[in-house]
Design a protein around this ligand. Structure first.
Ligand code: SF4
Length: 480
């Protein structure tokens, strides 16, 4: 480890650990809002990606048609998921891969650990993968004596910091380059002495560190962006080339793939390969697209395994409104435009999928948990406008709110309001009572701190004071 005696640096504190563990979103978000450096990092990074995406999307005349086509393909997949999964298994097996089925995280983790041991190793290199984060594969490996090394640069930063990712695409979005330099300096055993925070120097340090891992790894673990039923192929889309090293150099490759990643035909990739890079990194094409179909002698891994993962997805599929969430291609465009995400960051969501997609996916994948997340939205609709597969996120948010535990209170309030408004005399009496009753809390046209149960509203919102006279009084006055 390099040392810098003249400028001693503060020890790394994982950003995720600064938020209360397992706290509901409102509590965690409040703490995150009090971190000015985090907010500055997020605003800078999301603002940059947002602008790049908007520029490149404007170049395409048929953007809306591409979105419609992608949405139609995904809807078709959801209608034929069992049939397509079996077709994928048949074609991948014929091409030399072994397909495993995992009902949940436990099964997927156990299969993956067994396959690593069978490969004669206790270490794997990893391609960035949301599915393996979802099932907490690294944690499982550690518990059973195996070690997983992340090779995506941002994932490497997060792993070295013993932190959790805070963005789907840019997991270390909450760190600036000085913080990254400190993480490398303190946690990377072979970091060069005198490492600066110059991005090129940081990338070079990571490149040399990872190269040694690639050359010695016997097994690799990946996810997949797409799984093509027609050919049994898997597709990984990435920017750094580290993924391709993992996919081609080790002898054993284990890919954990959510069943919603299926596409019917190879030709469907044409649509998604136009939508995904523009929506995610704001690029016309992503630098590395790896496609592999089973195994072949003398070309890539000899032993290819695919673990098809359910882990709550068939439950989501059963909900006619909520199932749209399974169309997600994890581009993260919705995170980058979300005013809530931009201010709180990903850790506050308490789930591997943060932002608008997390707010509709997490409560469905884990029913009974994350019930606060559908409320982590202003329902402004920006997420729907940018979503390349046209997931109507606001519609699903409202749908999930109606099923959540808070809805009973909302329904009771609305029921009472309806009963009062339907009776003109009662309504006028209620208005007068509100006018006089609100006197002690009025401040410049607003009531900012009402006592319970009104405090539930005013704790995070303003409430205008009732007008001095209502329409009926106004009308009566003028007819005299
Ligand atoms: S919901 Fe849409 S915009 Fe958000 S990550 Fe998924 S595909 Fe991208």
């Amino acid at each position: 480890m390099s040392t810098d005696a003249e400028t001693p640096r503060a020890p790394i504190v994982p950003a995720a650990s600064l938020l209360p563990a397992d706290a509901p979103f409102p509590k965690a978000a409040k703490v995150a809002l009090g971190m000015p450096q985090l907010r500055a990092n997020l605003a800078h990074a999301t603002g940059t990606i947002r602008a790049k995406r908007a520029r490149l999307v404007d170049e395409l005349d048929d953007w809306e048609r591409l979105r419609d086509t992608a949405a139609a393909i995904k809807a078709d997949v959801q209608h034929r998921l069992p049939e397509l999964a079996v077709e994928f298994e048949r074609n991948a097996t014929a091409a030399g891969a072994t397909v495993h089925w995992a009902r949940d995280a436990r099964e997927a983790n156990e299969i993956a650990a067994r396959l690593v041991r069978e490969a004669g190793t206790d270490e794997v290199v990893k391609v960035k993968s949301m599915a393996t984060q979802e099932i907490e594969l690294n944690e499982h490996f550690e518990a059973v004596g195996l070690k997983a090394f992340e090779t995506d640069l941002a994932e490497l930063i997060v792993q070295l910091a013993e932190d959790r990712p805070s963005h789907i695409l840019v997991p270390a979005i909450h760190y600036n380059r000085t913080e990254i330099r400190d993480i490398f300096d303190q946690r990377m055993s072979d970091a060069p002495a005198g490492l600066t925070d110059d991005p090129a120097a940081l990338a070079e340090a990571a490149r040399l560190h990872l190269r040694r891992r690639f050359l010695s790894a016997k097994a690799a673990v990946s996810g997949a962006n797409f799984a093509v039923a027609e050919t049994g192929s898997l597709v990984v889309v990435e920017s750094e080339g580290n993924g391709r090293m993992c996919l081609t150099m080790p002898e054993t490759l284990i890919s954990v793939v959510g069943i919603e990643k299926l596409l019917p035909r190879f030709a469907d990739l044409e649509v998604f390969m136009q939508l995904l890079p523009r929506s995610s990194t704001g690029e016309r094409m992503n630098p590395y697209t790896s496609v592999w179909t089973g195994s072949r002698d003398g070309d890539g891994p000899k032993d290819v395994h695919v673990i098809l993962l359910d882990n709550g997805r068939t439950g989501v599929l059963a909900d006619e409104v909520g199932r749209q969430a399974l169309s997600c291609i994890r581009c993260s465009a919705c995170l980058n435009v979300c005013p809530v995400y931009e201010r709180t960051g990903g850790h506050a969501y308490g789930h591997v999928y943060p932002g608008p997609i997390g707010a509709i996916l997490a409560p469905q994948l884990e029913p009974g948990r994350h019930d606060d997340l559908p409320y982590a939205s202003s329902l402004c609709g920006a997420c729907y406008e940018v979503c390349p597969v046209k997931i109507d996120i606001p519609e699903v948010l409202v749908h999930l709110r109606q099923q959540g535990p808070h809805h009973a209170g909302e329904r009771a309030v609305m029921g009472a309001a309806k009963a009062v408004m339907a009776r003109p005399r009662l309504w006028r009496t209620a208005l007068r009572a509100a006018r006089f009753g609100s006197m002690p809390w009025r401040r410049k046209g607003f009531m900012r701190r009402l006592p319970w149960p009104g405090s539930k509203w005013t704790v995070s919102r303003d409430m205008p004071t009732p007008p001095k006279e209502d329409f009926r009084d106004w009308w009566k006055e003028r007819r005299r």
